[in-house]
Write a protein that binds this ligand. Structure first.
Ligand code: ATP
Ligand code: FE
Length: 364
């Protein structure tokens, strides 16, 4: 069957149609809100909700049209129910429930980070259990993925996520935030000297798998205030590039060090692990990919990373998580009356490891 996936947890309205039997992407559409939030220095929930509402119907229509199907031809609708911004999640959930109830489709509630973690399996033969580094705008996690809904947490961030740090640095450097702050910092860093600023490595005295980016963020802000104050100009371009490169060197070395340790821990408890999967928006970063390639080789693992456009938020990952959950019977039937139900169940704060409905599943 075909699964429609809907993502609206933050500032992207993403919709896709994925074929369950082989993971083929038959249609996909995405509406981005970067320009709406840029003047505000962050995502404004109310504006994001309005933008999702304005974009939702046409984005669904466009994905269905590309796939050449009607909603009634689908087997299921999968939607991100959390974690994320409540106002935004509700727009997607409402649309998904309407579609499912109106056409008698199966309804699959999806965890946003599970979708990031699993999407690579749509196109690559990655088997459970695998080690996963999840790096995005709001999360920084190292987990063992034992199966759908079954995760062991090895480490997470004590403060900010690395994607958030990239976004902040992009803003401080006066960069264009499109397509993302992270991509802009990565591009500018190519022109810079990564050794010019000696930012210190976070959590050097803590030999565990946790992360911290608040200190690095502050150090970068102070460097910019001292060396390149005021607006970005051609005159201070080199120093800004040096700061970007120096930030990136430390930000990625921190990920690399923690991932190496996590791989050792993970292989210790789960010798069957064969793959290191990196997912979430920051996984689009080319330098991160090459550094983790080294870690994977050292540890005897295969590095697997989704295509860059599947790293940042999109509907495909939600549809694919839906495919995986459908195969395990983890779906709901919605009564036709629930179309008009104004009440929608979203889970704005939802730890990846808290999935009671799946915990009882047997090993695949
Ligand atoms: P979460 O998934 O935690 O809810 P999110 O959905 O907002 O957060 P994603 O869309 O998964 O985050 O990822 C977006 C993040 O990825 C942003 O912080 C962005 O700056 C970062 N990012 C995107 N491309 C790159 C890149 N090439 N290098 C570094 N960071 C990047
Ligand atoms: Fe995300």
């Amino acid at each position: 069957g075909l699964v429609l996936g809907i993502e609206s947890s933050c500032d992207d309205t993403g919709v896709a149609v994925v074929r369950a039997c082989d993971g083929a992407i038959l249609g996909q559409a995405i509406a981005n809100q970067v320009d709406i939030h840029a003047p505000w220095g962050g995502v404004v929930p109310k504006l994001a909700q309005e933008a999702h509402e304005a974009a939702m119907d046409s984005t669904v229509t466009s994905a269905l049209q590309q796939a050449g199907v009607h909603a009634a031809d689908l087997e299921a609708v999968a939607v991100t129910v959390g974690p994320g911004l409540s106002l935004c999640l509700k727009v997607g959930v409402q649309k998904a429930r309407q579609l499912a109830a109106a056409h008698g489709l199966k309804y699959v509630a999806v965890h946003h980070m599970e979708a990031h973690a699993l999407v690579v399996r749509a196109s690559a033969p990655v088997t459970f259990p695998f080690l996963c580094l999840l790096v995005s705008g709001g999360h920084n996690l190292l987990v063992i993925v034992h199966g759908v809904g079954r995760y062991s947490l090895l480490g997470s961030t004590l403060d900010d996520a690395v994607g958030e740090a990239y976004d902040k640095v992009a803003r401080l450097l006066g960069l264009e935030l499109r397509p993302s702050g992270g991509a802009a910092v990565e591009a500018l860093a190519l022109e810079g000297d990564e050794q010019r600023f000696k930012f210190s490595m976070p959590l050097r005295q803590r030999p565990n798998c946790n992360f911290s980016y608040a200190g690095l963020k502050t150090a970068v802000r102070l460097a910019i205030e001292a060396e390149a104050p005021g607006p970005a100009t051609e005159d201070n371009r080199q120093v800004r590039a040096d700061i970007a490169a120096s930030f990136q060197r430390v930000a990625l070395a921190h990920l690399e060090e923690r991932t190496r340790r996590a791989a050792a821990w993970a292989l210790d408890s789960e010798p069957a692990i064969r793959h290191l999967v990196v997912a979430g928006g920051v996984a689009a970063n080319k330098l991160l990919r090459s550094k983790l390639q080294g870690v994977a080789e050292e540890m005897g693992l295969d590095l697997v990373v989704p295509a860059p456009q599947l790293c940042t938020d999109n509907g495909v990952m939600v549809a694919w998580a839906g495919v995986e959950r459908l195969a395990l019977g983890l779906w709901e039937h919605l009564p036709a009356s629930s179309q008009d139900n104004a009440w929608v169940d979203v889970r704005p704060r939802w730890p990846l490891t808290d999935q009671r409905d799946s915990r009882s599943l047997s090993e695949p």
